[in-house]
Design a protein around this ligand. Structure first.
Ligand code: NDP
Length: 333
């Protein structure tokens, strides 16, 4: 039974010294707990924040402690957890082959309904983030132009499609030609912009969205966001979901820089956390499931094989190595 520990706090970009793969005995479930064998584990950008000592909405990991992750796994043993052995569940577990959790924090998933890995992506936290950020904060309606950064990722790819379902024109920023093709050909975006081969984001936006931007779903921050801000329309809505371009920064650039636009446009900029919508998770997941079943929302997963490769999968998020949801496959069901 292997488990990743936080070996040290990274300064800037994490690297292999950040992680330690340790061996430990199989944990024994306490009363009300179950032992779960990990099948898939999710690596997510917010985990970068948990590596720092700073208090935030997710508690910092202690140095030397197991790293946590959303997992899909199989119940191996239940100690009054109310779950039969063999049940496929999702929950907050660890970067480990096996871990225990209280039965009340493990949620059974139906393998007949959708591939079990989707509980970590389009039908899990990232899908729900896209759902609430788009429907509640960015609020695109028919005829609007909706722009999303990090567009080919787990959250962005779903956000853009939801905006399309509301009748908006959808433009996405992503980091490769392959990703732009994925947005335009598979997800039905009206245009994709490869920000790594484009020097002038503003000019690229003027071409892709000549009428300006009514709603912006920001996963990335930095210069892409600067360019979008100067092209916001009157009463535009900006949903600040994440700022991944800043997560490894040791010094933050001064800013926000383009706020004069907000005076002219009376635009609204609002940050949000998916966790605040917990009471509505079930309804959101049901809606996402229907869209997926009807083929109205497509999803892609990038699957890295082997627990030992989880750090690479995590670090790849900051290099844009994933298309859609980045997962680690730990074991066969
Ligand atoms: P993604 O699947 O989108 O993976 C991260 C992507 O970010 C990469 O694929 C890469 O794509 C892009 N990226 C990395 N570095 C940069 C950079 N410097 N500039 C521009 N793009 C970059 O991750 P998620 O979908 O899981 O998360 C997306 C965002 O949503 C993150 O900021 C995350 O923190 C946030 N989030 C917020 C939540 C909330 O409740 N507010 C909940 C969940 C996620 P590319 O090739 O395009 O560069």
């Amino acid at each position: 039974n292997r488990v990743f520990l936080l070996a040290e706090r990274p300064d800037g970009r994490p690297d292999e010294d950040t992680f330690e793969l340790a061996e430990r005995d199989l944990p024994t479930p306490g009363p009300g707990e179950a032992l779960v064998r990990t099948l898939y584990l999710s690596v997510d950008p917010y985990m970068r924040g948990r590596m720092d000592a700073r208090e935030s909405y997710a508690d910092p990991w202690g140095v030397g402690d197991p790293m946590e992750a959303a997992v899909v796994g199989e119940v191996v043993e239940s100690n009054g957890a109310g779950l039969e052995a063999g049940t496929v569940v999702t929950g907050e577990l660890e970067w480990a082959d096996y871990a225990t959790a209280p039965g009340t924090e493990l949620y059974p998933i139906d393998p007949e309904l959708a591939p079990i890995s989707t509980a970590l992506g389009v039908l899990g936290m990232p899908g729900r983030t896209a759902y609430f950020g788009t429907k509640e904060i960015a609020q695109p309606t028919a005829g609007d132009t909706f722009v999303v950064s990090g567009a080919a990722g787990a959250v962005g790819s779903v956000a853009g499609q939801i905006a399309g379902l509301q009748g908006a024109d959808v433009v996405g920023f992503a980091g490769s030609d392959e990703k732009v093709q994925f947005l335009e050909d598979e997800l039905g975006f009206d245009a994709g912009i490869n920000y790594k081969t484009t020097d002038d984001y503003g000019a690229a936006l003027d071409e892709a969205a000549p009428g300006g931007v009514d709603a912006y779903f920001d996963n990335v921050g930095g210069p892409i966001t600067d360019a979008v801000f100067t092209r916001l329309n009157v009463d535009a809505r900006v949903a600040v979901c994440g700022q991944i371009s800043q997560y490894n920064a040791t010094e933050l650039p001064t800013g926000p820089r383009k706020l004069a636009t907000l005076v002219e446009t009376r635009a609204t900029v609002e940050g949000f956390l998916v966790g605040d919508y917990q009471p509505r998770f079930e309804a959101a997941t049901r809606q996402l499931g229907e869209w997926v079943q009807r083929g109205q929302v497509q999803y892609r997963e990038t699957v890295t094989e082997g627990l030992e490769n989880a750090p690479d999968a995590f670090l790849g998020l900051f290099e844009g190595e994933n298309i859609g949801k980045q997962l680690v496959k730990v074991a066969e069901r």
